[in-house]
Write a protein that binds this ligand. Structure first.
Ligand code: IPT
Length: 951
């Protein structure tokens, strides 16, 4: 049998015209479930005759539908970002083209109406040929797009045989080079749907809103006979297709207030429940507006992924994603880089998210060939491009949440893209078209960039240096920014400031929602998340697929917590005489929120209450006086929280939407420093207060009887993905400078009467520069005080990962309690989400389990820290005034060497870093590096700490 369709650049054939996705009261039967399955290594090796009733599939395996075969024990996943994993010679694909044959036998229930019936596939990756009862229905391509086939005449009451032959590679693969796992198979639902004669074949609900009059305009257009719409709540009954109703007093739909009106689109023979959201999207004054108001995208790029199921994402995880997004102040989603499962868009309507619906299109790998042969400008692919756009727009057109259509991602530019845009403008004038690759903005309606640095966004915001008159006037968005790979991004706050400074800069979409790790177990049965290369792929892009704000198991990473804080819709700050509360929602007042306050003295609650904040319109702010507060003597802060007053669909009453802190009582002058104890020397040790020192090295060896490896200068951190990124990776410079293998030369251990001074020169082998570090120890009976003075010697060639001290403590001291910023990790350019307070975490809980292990877990602005065993033995460290700390059960070197979380095993010590400062994070793994104020330079510095043994 010919398989020429596989390499045909044309779209599939045999399917019905695309139409809206909807569920009606017509009969439907899900064909999801267990199917028969056989994977062959090539088309040539696949058996003939699988479509025939008499074909014997007893030797076959079974497979769940929907799923990806590589995640069901057949073949292996493979990850590449930009590069095609096969030779680029379009439209040819490898002969070793894994081919999965699926067979399902099913009976029809007796209650099935005698009506025309269609068979619907919501997604097959990447190309399938389909037969029912021996008759070929056709071929489908466009993995993340639906196709429907007319099957009415072919069905029989019993023993229907559905045979589907799926090829991993096809001409369509050239159009599906998204940065994600290559995963194949029938991965979305399969459904049999009755299409009653005279039913609703397709419809478009138009529900506009005029913000000047508060009036909505409702109409439905449809091709079938006598289609009508009713929305009882609005008094609309039986409005015929083609007529429109003007409706006063409409509550418009927005991401912040997703008001939907329940209704029905119907004919005499079919009823479709619909949810109507009224909103109008316009571009006016160079701004994208919804219902007359500028909106700000605090968005995220979302791939569909699950660590076990890949893109065959069960609905509950779509719900989980949206709830997590809403709880973290995300208001927009770009469906990178393909239309999601249709259920996701329904949820966006319901929960409220602005959506950029993106077509299933990316040809990024042609970039490796300088775009030679790129399908985007090659007429033989024109139909395939248009087919994809039509199938998306027709499927999704009734979702109020969708405010922009996107042609795809990273497909360079060309006539076929322009053709998609033209068709879309014609088909749906109500939504602007987005595509980042149209850099000249010749056929799109918004100017979009990815990973532009802060300076460029500022220039775009100011409309300078742009010779392109059309582009200069368009609204601007970052369809991707703030690459969240590993630890980072840093610099979110500075992006927000630009979005607020420049009206045309309407926000962006963080890259990306989820780490696409795949759950695996090591030889000891411990779970870890795999990334590119872990399945033996000859060509792969490693952990570049691990770049989300949530970990693969959907636990939020610190980046999501930081995003939630930076982009919170209410801003609470200290204002003259009290508290300033600003409403940063785009469309709603603060009615749904209550404000609570708590006064904490050194992190311990002293008083609390509720704050009366009058009405604040969107964009407005009010000053609220401080509540009456009891006196405090130690450092005290007032924390004000904006919380949900009532349960919402996405969070319970009391959920914290925003918070701010107002300093009330400053830290008092520190107590008299530890001093006065004398240094005594025996043959093999020095004693000072509670400390014992090695006389040769001058290192502290015990504190109050607890054995310790005393503090020494440390400049190294396990590089982050962002340290590794860019043209001049910081990591490379740091390693070249030998910062990971410093040597400590003791220049003198100077015993004075009541002070021990240890002078060292800390420097890399083979190089001439270094750092002079002098440790000045004093003590009283119970405490040791250390002042470390550091001073660069010679010319330092690079920044420093960190500047601080490293020591080690008994492993029993496994609980940290600190007064400082927390509870989560924080770095100089990613620390908005850390608030001052008192926090307790075990050393295990202090770790952020980045899928690719790297520097993590730093706590900042720490005034004091207790590291203790359950029984209370331990040490206390006080800063003058503050320090950063990191505590782990492994060394920085072990963290640096690890490539998977299971490489890290707890040793016998707690390794403690006490830092003056760390280098920022930036987002150089794909985007700008660390902004100048957060770059850590070798410099003269002093850090003073007091150590107190606890027993
Ligand atoms: C950009 C891609 O659009 C996105 O899919 C992802 O690969 C991201 O990079 C990095 O994770 S394209 C890049 C060349 C800027």
């Amino acid at each position: 049998m010919s398989s020429s369709y596989v390499e045909d650049p044309a779209p599939g054939h045999g399917a019905l015209p695309p139409r809206a996705a909807f569920a009606s009261d017509a009969w439907a039967l899900s064909l999801n479930g267990t199917w028969r399955f056989l994977l062959s290594p090539s088309i040539a090796a696949a058996p003939d005759g699988t479509e025939r009733d008499d074909f014997d599939d007893h030797g076959w395996d079974t497979i769940p539908v929907p799923s990806h075969w590589q995640l069901q024990g057949h073949g292996r996943p493979a990850y590449t970002n930009v590069r095609y994993p096969f030779p680029v010679h379009p439209p040819e694909v490898p002969s070793d083209n894994a081919t999965g044959d699926y067979r399902l036998t099913f009976d029809l229930p007796a209650d099935r109406p005698d009506a025309p019936t269609v068979l619907r596939f919501d997604g097959i990756d990447s190309c399938a040929r389909i037969w029912l009862n021996g008759h070929e229905l056709g071929v489908t391509k466009g993995s993340r797009l639906p196709s429907e086939f007319d099957v009415g005449a072919l069905l029989r009451p019993r023993d229907n045989l559905l045979a589907v032959r799926v090829h991993q590679w096809s001409a369509g693969s050239y159009l599906e080079d998204q940065d994600m796992w290559w995963l194949s198979g029938i991965f979305r639902s399969v459904t049999l749907l009755a299409r009653p004669a005279g039913g609703v074949t397709d419809y478009t609900v138009h529900a506009g809103y005029d913000h000047r009059t508060g009036r909505g305009t409702l109409s439905v257009s449809a091709s079938g006979p006598d289609v009508r719409i009713s929305v009882p709540e609005l008094g609309v009954t039986g409005l015929p297709a083609g007529e429109s109703a003007q409706l006063d007093g409409i509550e418009p739909w927005s991401a912040e207030s997703p008001r939907l009106y329940a209704g029905e689109v119907y004919t005499a023979t079919e009823r479709v429940p619909v949810r109507v959201g009224f909103r109008t999207v316009t571009i006016e004054d160079g701004q994208l507006k919804v219902n007359g108001r500028r909106i700000l995208f605090r968005g995220v790029n979302r791939h569909e992924h699950h660590p076990e199921f890949g893109r065959a994402l069960p609905r509950e995880f779509a719900v989980a994603d949206i709830e997590l997004m809403k709880r973290h102040n995300i208001n927009a989603v770009r469906t990178s880089h393909y239309p999601p499962d249709p259920a996701f868009l329904e949820l966006c309507d319901l929960y409220g998210l602005w959506v950029i619906d993106e077509c299933d299109l990316e040809t990024h790998g042609f970039g490796e060939l300088d775009w030679a042969g790129n399908p985007s400008d090659d007429p033989q692919w024109a139909d395939a491009y248009l087919d994809r756009m039509r199938r998306m727009v027709e499927r999704d057109k009734n979702h109020p949440s969708i405010v922009l259509w996107s042609l795809g991602n990273e497909a360079h530019t060309g006539r076929n893209l322009a053709g998609m845009a033209e068709w879309t403008h014609e088909r749906d004038p109500s939504r602007p078209v987005h595509y980042e690759g149209d850099f000249d903005c010749a056929y799109v309606d918004v100017f979009s960039r990815m990973y532009a640095d802060h300076d460029e966004v500022d220039r775009i915001g100011r409309r300078v240096d742009d010779e392109n008159p059309r582009r200069r006037e368009l609204p601007f968005l970052l369809c991707e920014f703030a690459h969240a790979m590993g630890n980072g991004p840093g610099g979110l706050l500075e992006y927000r400031e630009l979005f607020e400074r420049h009206p045309r800069c309407q926000g962006g979409f963080i890259w990306e929602w989820l780490d696409h790790g795949i759950a695996q177990r090591d030889e000891h049965g411990r779970e870890f998340f795999a990334y590119g290369g872990d399945f033996g792929e000859p060509l792969h892009d490693g952990n570049f697929v691990i770049d989300g704000v949530v970990h693969p198991d959907r636990t939020p990473s610190p980046a999501l917590v930081e995003f939630a804080k930076v982009f919170e819709p209410v801003r609470i700050t200290a204002g003259s005489g009290g508290i300033r509360i600003a409403n940063h929602y785009d469309t709603v007042p603060l009615d749904g929120l209550g404000f609570s306050w708590v006064l904490e003295e050194e992190g311990v609650a002293r008083a609390e209450g509720l704050l009366d904040v009058g009405p604040v319109p969107p964009g407005g702010s009010v000053a609220v006086p401080l509540p009456p507060l009891p006196p405090t003597t130690a450092e005290s802060l007032l924390t004000v929280r904006a919380v949900l007053s009532a349960d919402t669909r996405w969070a319970a009453a009391g959920h914290v939407v925003a918070w701010g802190q107002v300093p009330v009582t400053p830290a008092p002058e520190p107590a008299a420093p530890a001093r006065g104890a004398r240094v005594t020397a025996t043959e093999d040790r020095l004693r000072l207060g509670p400390g014992t020192f090695d006389p040769g090295t001058g290192r502290l060896t015990s504190l109050g009887g607890h054995p310790v490896h005393g503090p020494r200068l440390d400049l190294w951190r396990a590089p982050t993905d962002n340290d590794r990124g860019s043209d001049r990776p910081e990591e490379q410079q740091w390693r070249a400078a030998g910062l990971h293998r410093l040597q400590h030369r003791v220049e003198g251990v100077d015993v004075r009467e009541d002070e021990l001074v240890v002078r060292t020169r800390v420097a890399p082998p083979a190089l001439g520069f270094g750092m002079l570090a002098a440790y000045h120890w004093t003590a009283d009976a119970g405490r040791l005080r250390l002042r470390v003075d550091v001073e660069p010697a010679g010319a330092w060639p690079c920044t420093l990962p960190r500047l601080g001290l490293r020591m080690a403590l008994p492993g029993a001291f496994g609980t940290a309690e600190w007064f400082g910023a927390g509870p989560g990790e924080a770095y100089p350019d990613s620390r908005q989400s850390a608030r001052a307070g008192r926090f307790v975490r075990t050393v295990e809980e202090l770790q952020t389990p980045y899928v690719y292990p790297q520097e993590n877990g730093n706590r900042t602005e720490v005034r004091n820290l207790l590291l203790t065993s359950g029984g209370g033995a331990g040490i206390r460290v006080d800063g003058e005034p503050v320090f950063d700390f990191t505590a782990r059960r492994w060394t920085t070197e072990e963290l640096d060497a690890a490539t998977h979380t299971t490489d890290l095993t707890a040793g016998e010590l707690v390794h403690l870093n006490l830092d003056f400062a760390q280098h920022g994070l930036g987002s150089a793994s794909c985007g700008p590096g660390v902004l100048p104020p957060y770059r850590l330079q070798a410099r003269k510095a002093s850090l003073t700490l007091t150590f107190t043994p606890l027993s």
